[in-house]
Design a protein around this ligand. Structure first.
Ligand code: NA7
Length: 547
């Protein structure tokens, strides 16, 4: 979306490619999933090639460089646990790491484990075809490479395909346009500029206070008001870091077995099991702690609407105490189910609306009509701006897979197989597409959890599976149709038992016009998921055909 792509990157686009390669495994993507997958494959003696669109490693943290970009999970837990040496030598500086620090960490990992020599950068995989007769994948790239591999692992990310609305008149707008997920690498200076931000999800909520502090005027276009909890971010106390390092092995084990990979446990089972005063005290304590811990107050918050109303009203009252103008406060007040859309974690978001240079335009009932040369038109009124920031999110979870023409001679096109929504077995494999694995794919816990332990679990499961195939002399693994059918049913049944599918979130694909409305993740948490996947492997890959 950004008009200034950066001269350095354009120049680097002439780099040579690998032409023809024959490897055991092609891995798509060099984010945290691809890096660890490559490390494991190397350790097992498999030859591998990683194909990465960016000029560097880091995936989502390579692309999302907008002001204020920061992880909403705590840094001491949002990091790899597979190497104790790594976690002892790396020291996080803030409670929630900013994008530059996370990207530095990804680069450190790539260097420390000497991963770059098997990564082909600035290359996009365009197609992957499984030849049933030969039992191999042929992978094609936008540079004309053809790679042959026995296995393909999609480590292409859950939030890697930026989505922006196609607005009438977009080509007439004379200012600059940016997308938070494709931010220019040399940064953007908004000093003296009139800026519009469209979108108030996690990215918008992080960027808005920072842009407001720099721009002459900021106009926020909000379609849905969001719940957001303060991060209370700050420097990490060195003693806390040392304590963590001393206990890391046990902390990582607990993380891998906790509900969402963050070692949070529900404080109370039932919202109405305590008095109203006690409830208020619990919510206040969670507010003071900040971040996602808020969702761990009562276990029934995402099951019982009246329970959910209590937390929603607590957060709305906080909003009213922060935002000075009652009309603005009313527009900012979320009306949806608390935690149904992804909860946002912020620094000074609501108080930003007390600034004189910030205004809010409600587009919930009257969407943006069009862009004109000087700005944005809503309900017949033109808002003149010099720059527009699209904080409009991603074609989440399935977008990065859909953009590749994935086919097999017996299964046809993946897009056709998924026309009514993704169909997988365990969120790891797809019937009709042998020897293809997805890391944190649709219908796994993925985006509802801390991605790092979820990535590590999937990479380890896939690695064990490949080792098993090699050990047993098998060359092909494919999910059975019945196993996939059952898993698809199970994932929807679990989601339908909660309040989660009841709002227009990216978890159901509602942000992308025409995307089938299907809950994209497994909602029951890591422990039952892991148990199931471990059992499948323990029973000789039950539900798969090995040949
Ligand atoms: P999100 O969470 O999908 O937020 C996108 C925002 O953009 C959200 O407020 C949307 O409103 C808004 N949006 C999307 N399309 C439009 C159009 N056409 N017009 C107006 N507004 C629109 O993306 P983020 O990048 O903020 O965060 C993604 C994830 O990254 C996040 O959940 C974390 O996991 C990290 P809507 O709510 O759909 O009405």
């Amino acid at each position: 979306m950004a008009k200034s792509a950066g001269a350095a990157e354009a120049a680097a686009a002439a780099k040579s490619s690998f032409d023809v390669v024959d490897v055991d495994v092609v891995v798509v993507g060099a984010g945290f999933a691809g890096l660890y997958m490559l490390h494991r494959l190397r350790g097992m003696g498999f030859s591998a090639r990683v194909i990465e669109a960016g000029k560097g490693v880091g995936g989502t943290w390579y692309w999302n460089r907008y002001p204020g970009a920061r992880c909403d999970g705590e840094s001491l837990l949002y990091s790899y646990g597979f190497s104790n040496a790594l976690q002892q030598e790396w020291t996080w500086t803030e409670r929630y790491a900013g994008q530059p620090e996370i990207l530095a960490y990804a680069n450190h990992v790539a260097d420390r484990f000497d991963l770059r020599r098997d990564i082909q950068f600035e290359t996009r995989v365009t197609a992957a075809t499984f030849d049933d007769a030969g039992g191999t994948w042929q992978v094609e790239t936008d540079r004309g490479d053809r790679l042959t591999a026995r296995y393909v692992v999609m480590a292409s990310g859950c939030l890697s395909m930026a989505a922006a609305p196609k607005l009438p008149g977009a080509e007439t707008f004379t200012g600059q346009t940016y997308h938070t997920g494709q931010w220019p690498h040399d940064g953007v200076d908004f000093t003296g500029k009139r800026v519009a931000v469209i979108g108030t999800g996690s990215s918008g909520i992080q960027a808005i206070p920072r842009i407001a502090a720099q721009a002459k005027h900021l106009t926020v276009f909000q379609r849905t008001a969001q719940y957001t909890i303060p991060a209370w971010n700050g420097p990490l106390d060195p003693r806390t870091v040392e304590e963590f390092k001393a206990r890391y092995p046990e902390i990582r084990t607990a993380q891998k077995n906790s509900f969402n990979g963050n070692n949070t446990t529900f404080k109370h089972a039932e919202t109405f099991g305590v008095t109203a005063e006690e409830r208020q005290r619990i919510y206040e304590e969670a507010w003071q702690k900040g971040g996602f811990v808020f969702l761990a107050t009562f276990a029934d918050l995402l099951f019982d609407k009246s329970a959910n109303d209590t937390v929603a009203e607590f957060v709305r009252a906080k909003l009213r105490s922060i935002v000075e103008d009652p009309q603005v406060a009313e527009l900012l007040t979320p009306k949806t189910i608390f935690g149904c859309k992804r909860l946002c974690v912020d620094t000074d978001y609501w108080s930003t609306y007390n600034r004189d240079n910030v205004s809010l335009v409600d587009i919930s009932s009257s969407p943006i009509e069009r862009l004109v040369p000087e700005g944005i038109v809503v309900a017949g009124k033109t808002y003149p701006v010099d720059a527009i920031v699209f904080a409009t999110g991603f074609d989440a979870v399935t977008g990065a897979l859909d953009r590749i023409d994935i086919r097999s001679t017996s299964g046809g096109r993946l897009k056709a197989h998924w026309q009514d929504g993704p169909r997988t077995y365990l969120g790891l494999a797809i019937h009709g597409f042998p020897n293809l694995f997805t890391i944190t794919g649709p219908q796994s816990p993925s985006v509802l959890t801390n991605m790092m332990p979820s990535i590590e679990y999937h990479v380890d499961w896939i690695s064990d599976c490949l080792a098993h195939l090699r050990h047993t002399g098998k060359r092909r693994i494919q999910a059975r149709k019945e196993a996939e059918d059952d898993w698809v049913t199970e994932v929807s049944r679990l989601a339908d038992g909660t309040l989660r599918p009841q709002c227009n979130s990216w978890y159901v694909g509602a942000n992308v016009p025409g995307k089938p409305r299907v809950y994209l993740a497994y909602v029951a948490g890591i422990p039952p998921y892991k148990k199931r996947c471990d059992e499948v492997a323990g029973r000789g890959y039950e539900g798969f055909v090995l040949a």
